[in-house]
Design a binder for this molecule. Structure first.
Ligand code: C2E
Ligand code: CA
Ligand code: CA
Ligand code: CA
Length: 280
């Protein structure tokens, strides 16, 4: 019996070892890529439901492993960046790059759009976050109204009082604030409205179930109504079908984002789409 247990432990620890090694090598590769400025941003359109026009884009980090040359999913490398403390550097880079890019699009005479950047919880706790954002805005010379920051509900709830203070100072810079992945946490909408936010993004898990689960439809439509009453704009993420679009249209959702309209695009392809004036 003892022998079997020893064996089990052995297999378990080998597995753990393999995982730890993989994580550590991934972390050092990511560190190298960051230092070499080798990450990229792709941009996914946010489409205005009333006009079909691209009114904003969400900047999403893309990383090719320097050795395997394969794209690693952010779902994998963002958590590694968060646990290793690299997220502050990655986040500051993403902010700077997104603002620089949007300013370049504006200077090229493309239609005016907002660029949205994801902030992780660790960045929200960074004491110099507001200075970093202010600095990025000043250096890029982007109109602050054309920058939006996306924060998850769970990031805000880690320390709501501190988060509220930070958000209030960020708002004073003149930018937009959005709550990301709304509905996946446990906070009520009325509580979230204590924060100075402009926009709510309904999580993809609800959008996915809109026509399958009555509860998802009921929650989504009441979130839209309530958010509107509180003066917030509502965006649905992960829209993949015409049926989902029709539902959201009928319930007066403001903006939509998802593969039905466009996947995230490299900067040059997004610029071509904007230049074409094509409605999605
Ligand atoms: P997120 O902020 O919820 O971003 C939306 C994710 O959904 C993106 O995945 C996007 O490509 C994907 N998506 C968009 N439309 C559809 C659709 O119709 N169907 C499906 N199945 N997926 C769709 P991505 O790019 O893999 O990013 C995953 C997550 O990684 C993001 O989730 C965000 O939390 C995080 N992330 C990405 N870039 C950054 C970054 O620069 N900073 C931080 N802190 N997090 C980032
Ligand atoms: Ca997001
Ligand atoms: Ca999201
Ligand atoms: Ca999501």
């Amino acid at each position: 019996h003892a022998e079997a247990q020893g064996l089990k432990y052995c297999v378990f620890s080998e597995e753990l070892d393999r995982e730890t090694r993989e994580r550590m090598s991934m972390e050092s590769a990511l560190r190298l890529s960051l230092a070499a400025n080798a990450l990229e941003l792709h941009y996914q359109p946010k489409v205005d439901l009333a006009t079909g026009r691209v009114v904003a884009v969400e900047a999403l980090a893309r990383w090719r492993h320097p050795v395997s040359r394969e794209y690693i999913s952010p779902a994998r490398f963002i958590p590694i960046a968060e646990e290793s403390g690299l997220i502050q550097q990655l986040g500051a880079w993403a902010l700077g790059e997104a603002c620089r890019q949007n300013k370049a699009w504006q200077d090229a005479g493309l239609p005016v759009i907002i660029v949205a950047v994801n902030l992780s919880a660790a960045q929200l706790h960074q004491p110099d976050l507001v200075e970093i954002v202010a600095d990025v805005l000043a250096r890029s010379e982007l109109d602050p109204a054309l920058l939006e920051l996306e924060l998850t509900e769970s990031a805000l709830m880690e320390d709501p009082r501190q988060a509220n203070l930070t958000l209030t100072r960020l708002k004073q810079l003149g930018l937009q604030l959005a709550i990301d992945d709304f509905g996946t946490g446990y906070s009520s909408l009325s509580y979230l409205c204590e924060f100075p936010i402009d926009q709510l993004k309904i999580d993809r898990s609800f959008v996915m179930d809109l026509l399958i689960k009555p509860a998802a439809a009921a929650i989504s439509s009441s979130v839209i109504t309530l958010a509107h009453r509180m003066g917030l704009k509502v965006v649905a993420e992960g829209v993949e079908t015409a049926e989902q679009l029709t539902f959201l249209e009928r319930h007066h959702c403001d903006e939509m984002q998802g593969y039905y309209f466009s996947k995230p695009l490299p900067a040059d392809e997004l610029a071509a789409l904007l230049r074409s004036g094509r409605r999605l």
